[in-house]
Design a protein around this ligand. Sequence first.
Ligand code: SAM
Ligand code: SF4
Length: 332
Amino acid sequence: MMASELTDAFGRRLSYVRISVTDRCNYRCRYCMPESGVERVPHEKIMTFEDVFFLIRVLRDLGVGKARFTGGEPLVRRGLVPFLSSLCASFPGLRVALTTNGSMLSACAPELVRMGLSSINVSLDTLDPEKFAAMTRGASLKGVLDGIDALLDAGALSAGMSVKMNVVLIRGFNDKDAGRLIDFAGERGILLRFIEFMPLDRSVWSGESFVPFREVLNALPDASEWRSEASGPVEFAGPARYCVNGNTGQRIGVITAVSQHFCASCNRLRVTSTGEVRVCLFSNEQVSIFDALRARDEGALRERLFEAAVLKPEAGMLLNRDEERRMSLIGG
Ligand code: SAM
Ligand code: SF4
């Protein structure tokens, strides 16, 4: 009999899927994409929302409890908001989440709150408009700030939505902005998470750009107030660890993919917009589920998913960086 839950060869239950709905993005963040953007994938090779709906139904039966939608920039894909709304309505126990650059958030924030989206991560690396434009190659900071305000004004926090701000730390760019970003998040009651820059793509990675979180924390004026917290709000065994400020009570998270691995508790599965299952951010192994999805062949789809689960390595390797593993392709 076929197993009813997705488990890998090391006994880890795969209960969290991250699905990229597009490779395209309206930004060109220097650490993520080349200036020319990514090569356009023909429309017919991209999963339709009906394909994704079918995938979620099958994954739900296999024990997946959380689905995060990402990209590229997911909100540039037309129809995403009504699609998320239909998922929330059709799968009441499923935690539906979104990762976005925030630029298109202000228009849809009330709808996201109304549908019961469980979590939203907004990427915001600096509060300096000039630096922001330089890093994104031309985007406006105001759009993102308006998006965050719209979300909070729509009652996201009181509706129980988890609102997080993701900051990728890059030496010489925003490593000195940490204090301001912490205050910004604290004033709004949202959780800030610092993400260590990951060496996924050799065209943008340089060893000097990486800055360990500990160093950033130690440089804060109130460094001695920050203590690491043994167990933070565990969200489906996420990779974030938490620190709490003894004076203000503010909590911040850190995702230390580089300086400290979190593979032992990894419960993730990633699906690219072309229907490739990637079982580890640091591995090139992938299994295509595109044909099975398109054919609505549940048996074949389950088989392919189990095949992928078995390929999940015990621990990710930071070797062989290449452009095939750019974040915008895999979906962060
Ligand atoms: N466009 C959306 C956004 O920016 O939030 C979703 C996709 S983006 C690829 C997902 C997350 O990956 C963002 O928080 C982004 O900052 C992060 N990211 C991109 N490249 C990265 C890298 N090389 N190292 C660490 N994080 C990275
Ligand atoms: Fe686009 Fe997000 Fe990559 Fe920036 S990090 S280029 S917003 S996909």
